[in-house]
Design a protein around this ligand. Sequence first.
Ligand SMILES: Nc1ncnc2c1ncn2[C@@H]1O[C@H](COP(=O)(O)OP(=O)(O)OP(=O)(O)O)[C@@H](O)[C@H]1O
Ligand SMILES: [Mg+2]
Length: 271
Amino acid sequence: MQKRKAFVVSVERVIAIANLKGGVGKTTTVLNLAGFAAAAGRRVLAVDTDPQGSLTQILLPESGLAGRTLTDAFRERAQSLDGVRQASVLAGVDLVPASLGLDAVLQAATAWTGREYVLLEMLTPHLAEYDVILIDCRPAIDISVTNALTVARWMLVPAECSFMALDGYEYVQTLAHQIQKRINPQLTLLGILPTRYRAGTSHAQASLAEIERQVDEVNPPVRFNPVRLAVAAADAPAYKASLAQFAPSSAVGHDYRDATERTVAFLEGRP
Ligand SMILES: Nc1ncnc2c1ncn2[C@@H]1O[C@H](COP(=O)(O)OP(=O)(O)OP(=O)(O)O)[C@@H](O)[C@H]1O
Ligand SMILES: [Mg+2]
C-alpha cells in the first residue's frame, strides 16, 4: 500500500521560538529579534501563542486591543488574521495578541479534527506580507505549541546558560521530531541560542560548552553567539521597548543585534 504523503505545510520565513523549559528567554528573544529586524527595515509579525500573554503585554500599545485576540481567532478557526493582528508599540512590528482565555479554547480544541492546523490556516493569507514571522511559544506540550511547530519552517531554541541547560531543548527536539514525521516534514532546527550568559563564571562557561557541543553534533544552519545576562534586557519590556530602542549600544543589545543579523542573513540568503 502506498504510504500517505505528509502535508507540506511549513513556510520559509516562519520561526517558532520554543523550549519546553520555562524562563529561558523565549519571549525576550522574540521581542528583540522583532525589534532589531524591524529597525533594519524588515516587516515583522510577532505571534503570541502563550496564554500568559507576556509578549502581548509588552507589545500591546497603551491604547489596548484594537480588535480581537488569538483566543477569538482560534475559537472561530479563523481563516485569516483580519481583525486580529494589530500594530504593536514597535514600528514595523505587527502583533497577534494572546489572552488568558486561550487555555480554555485549547482544551476544547483537543477534540477537533485538524486541530494542529488552526494557526497555519489563519496565517496563510498573510505570509507574503512579512519578511519574518516569529511565534512565541509557551513552555509546555499542548496544542498551541503543536500549532506553532506545524506552521513553522524553523525552530529556534533559546537555552539558558545554567544548570541542565539542554533539558528543555531535548524535550522540544523530541516533540519537533514527532511533528516533522507526522505533520510538517520541513520543520528544521534553525539554531540554539545560548541565553542569560553570565560572562566570567565557570558555571556559565561549562553550560555554554555543553550547548556548543550539542550545536557541533546537530550542526544547525545558524550558529549563535551567547546572549549575555544584563539588566537592560529585563528592563526594556517595562518601557514597552526592545533593546533596539532601549539600549542598542549595550552588550546585550549588541548580542541580540548579532543574533538577528545572523537569522535574517540566513533567511534572505536562501533561494
Ligand atoms: N539576557 C538577559 N539578561 C537579563 N535578563 C534576561 C535576559 N533574557 C531574559 N531575561 C529575563 O529573564 C526572565 C525570563 O525571560 P523570558 O520571559 O523571556 O523567558 P521565557 O522563556 O519566555 O519564559 P516562559 O517560559 O515563562 O514563557 C524575564 O524576566 C526576562 O526579562
Ligand atoms: Mg515567554
